[in-house]
Design a protein around this ligand. Structure first.
Ligand code: KG4
Ligand code: ZN
Length: 342
């Protein structure tokens, strides 16, 4: 079955062709990061308009790279939520239009479920059950995953998401939006031991997170330091990154132990962070557990994870609705069939 995946929930237009026999055939991505950087964050109206401009050419490009005509597509998958309403509608309407013309089914995919299942795109494919750490710009969640659509929330952030904390701290350091990757790069030259930032909720005994205090601690430190030289900036970045990674890694280990599981998968944009990857591999390895990540390029938003999630969910009966709907606010609850907030 040949699946066209479309992702337009935020500031990336992602398209991919996934073949259930042959794997990922082609993918294309356009990031709007530069466009939004001038405003210091995503401007929803501009995001929607850019998806309108980019999506159809990207689909044509992806089909061409795979050497497949659109008539070969058996199933069209799009991100149905959560995300920016107008941006989601672009993907939904193009997907539905293609479905109508081809007479092929269209399915809406939960963005976080796309992230969550994306580590299964890497080899060796991790087996169920496992603990999933979902760390993106909007979410920080630990889940127990017993199968496709069988997700139990173990803990999540009470305020900022990990990616949001990276981005906000990066802004404090004068780095352009979205600053997470730039902060990580700056941290490579820094001394992570120089500033002892708090590890929020490290000893809370539960699997909840809180990152807004950490960002405030950085702000207070920056005020106290006054003008920063290049080394001090790098040291702040490295010390902040170490604090956030320490908390994420400790909670992952706690979740593995609590659920008596030996497998951890990491998904979402912050999963691209090198220190996080290395720390999780080392600390999970020390207790005999394995860690899987999606291929690096598939950590952040992309169309491949949407096509792939559809490949797993369609055989389970996932079907599109009449007309099309998007759900800007939609919890990935106990199962993927959780009721969207309309
Ligand atoms: O999953 P994603 O692409 O979009 C959302 O669904 O939110 O995640 C984007 C987030 C941003 O906050 C970005 O700064 C962060 O992931 N991110 C990173 C790195 N690469 C992306 N944070 C830290 N280190 C990185 N290398
Ligand atoms: Zn995402």
């Amino acid at each position: 079955m040949l699946i066209l995946g479309i992702e337009t929930s935020c500031d990336e237009t992602g398209v991919a062709l996934y073949d259930t026999e042959g794997g990922l055939l082609a993918e294309a991505l356009h990031s709007q990061a530069d466009m939004h950087a001038v405003y210091g964050g995503v401007v929803p109206e501009l995001a929607s308009r850019d998806h309108v401009r980019r999506l159809v050419p990207l689909i044509a490009h992806t089909l061409e790279r795979a050497g497949r005509p659109i008539a070969d597509v058996d199933l069209i998958a799009f991100t149905q939520g959560p995300g920016l309403g107008g941006a989601l509608l672009v993907g939904a309407s193009v997907a539905s239009g293609i479905g109508l013309v081809l007479g092929k089914p269209v399915v809406g995919i939960h963005h976080l479920e796309g992230h969550l299942l994306s580590p299964l795109l890497s080899e060796p494919r991790p087996a169920f059950p496992f603990i999933a750490l979902l760390v993106s710009g909007g979410h920080t969640q630990l889940m127990r995953v017993d199968g496709v659509g069988r997700y139990a929330m173990l803990g999540e952030t009470q305020d900022d998401a990990a990616g949001e904390a990276f981005d906000k701290t990066a802004t404090l350091l004068g780095l352009a939006y979205p600053g997470g990757p730039a902060l990580a790069k700056l941290a490579e030259r820094g001394n992570a031991k120089r500033f002892d930032f708090p590890r929020p909720m490290l000893a809370s005994g539960n699997l909840s997170f809180s990152f807004s205090g950490l960002k405030t601690a950085v702000l207070t430190k920056l005020h106290a330091l006054g003008t920063l030289d290049e080394q001090a900036r790098a040291d702040v970045a490295a010390s902040f990154q170490q604090a956030i990674v320490d908390v994420l890694a400790a909670k992952c280990l706690h979740a593995l132990e609590r659920e008596s599981l030996q497998r951890l998968v990491v998904a979402g944009g912050v999963g691209a962070n090198r220190l996080l990857r290395e720390t999780l591999v080392a600390r999970a390895g020390a207790i005999g557990a394995q860690v899987s990540f999606p291929p690096l390029a598939l950590c952040t938003d992309n169309g491949a994870m949407i096509a792939f999630a559809a490949a797993l969910k369609y055989p389970q009966g996932a079907r599109g609705e009449e007309g099309f709907q998007v759900y800007p606010r939609w919890d990935l609850g106990e199962t993927a069939q959780s009721t969207p907030r309309r």
